[in-house]
Design a binder for this molecule. Structure first.
Ligand SMILES: [Zn+2]
Length: 279
């Protein structure tokens, strides 16, 4: 068999299992590089994107990571915060469509995430910073926007050309249990100790898309500015996903204000159409 032949050949040439692993990685790299030719796409705001993975592969990774998260972190039991998180998330996802699962985790971190495959996670600590439904919608909307804009796919595709990316790629193709790399690629790096953050351009794009999304759902987009101001005041500790690689707070707030007139149009249209979320 071809696989055996390759293995014997390599072990004669350079003994040791390391060489065999390298050989596997070279094969994966070659496969990924050959896929690049057909994988260039455009993000919702017109950025060029490399997408090497199919929607169903991304959804599978998202679901597997979510299952992993739920094993590690218990869900919060309190009724009122659960109601608010479900209500805000469902109102937002009604705008983008599809079916989504939402979990409020019993964790003090001020963080949230959304994953391909329709998964949303909010940590209880976020509710101390995002103190109103509109502010919570700003964060969850930003996270959903990352998914809408295929940022995990783009980031994972770019990372496939690096060492960490090779480990991710071999996880996917080999099916072995190296879930932490997969989770890092999906924006859960802080949870598993491997940082593979979204790029600054992706953060800005998620801000713009998220702002319009919350407005279309009937949440007041001005509250996004208040939210980031709250976050800036909070400071210290581990920066949550939606703060980690972004330009300074003042740049972010200035960018949001520049986008506000358009977002307010969406908001007023939504309100006129009777979208008045009561979360
Ligand atoms: Zn983000």
């Amino acid at each position: 068999m071809a696989g055996n032949f390759t293995g014997r050949y390599l072990s004669n040439d350079h003994p040791g299992p390391g060489k065999l692993v390298m050989n596997k990685n070279i094969v994966i790299t070659a496969l990924l590089l050959s896929a690049i030719v057909v994988a260039c796409a455009t993000s919702p705001t017109g950025q060029r994107q490399l997408r090497l993975f199919s929607e169903s592969q991304m959804a599978e990774m998202g679901s597997a990571s979510y299952t992993e998260m739920k094993k590690k972190t218990p869900a919060a039991k309190e009724a009122a915060p659960n109601r608010r998180v479900q209500c805000v998330s469902n109102t937002l996802t009604a705008v983008v469509g599809g079916s989504w699962e939402v979990t409020l985790f019993d964790d003090d971190a001020a963080n949230a995430f959304a994953l391909p495959g329709g998964k949303i996670g909010v940590y209880k600590g976020l509710l101390k910073v995002a103190t109103t439904p509109d502010q919570l919608a700003a964060v969850v909307g930003h996270e959903i926007a990352h998914v809408q804009a295929h940022h995990s796919n783009a980031r994972l595709s770019a990372a496939s050309l690096t060492d960490v990316g090779l480990q991710i790629a071999s996880t996917i193709s080999g099916g072995s249990a190296k879930g932490q790399y997969m989770m890092a690629a999906l924006g859960l790096g802080t949870q598993v100790g491997i940082l593979l953050p979204y790029g600054r351009a992706q953060e800005s794009e998620a801000d713009v898309l998220g702002l319009n999304l919350m407005a279309k759902a009937g949440f007041n987009p001005n509250e996004a500015v208040t939210l980031w101001q709250n976050m800036a005041r909070q400071g210290g500790g581990q920066p949550p996903e939606f703060m980690s690689t972004h330009p300074s707070h003042s740049t972010r707030i200035a960018d949001l204000k520049a986008r506000m007139p358009k977002a307010m149009q969406h908001y007023e249209q939504a309100r006129a159409a009777g979208k008045k979320p009561n979360c």
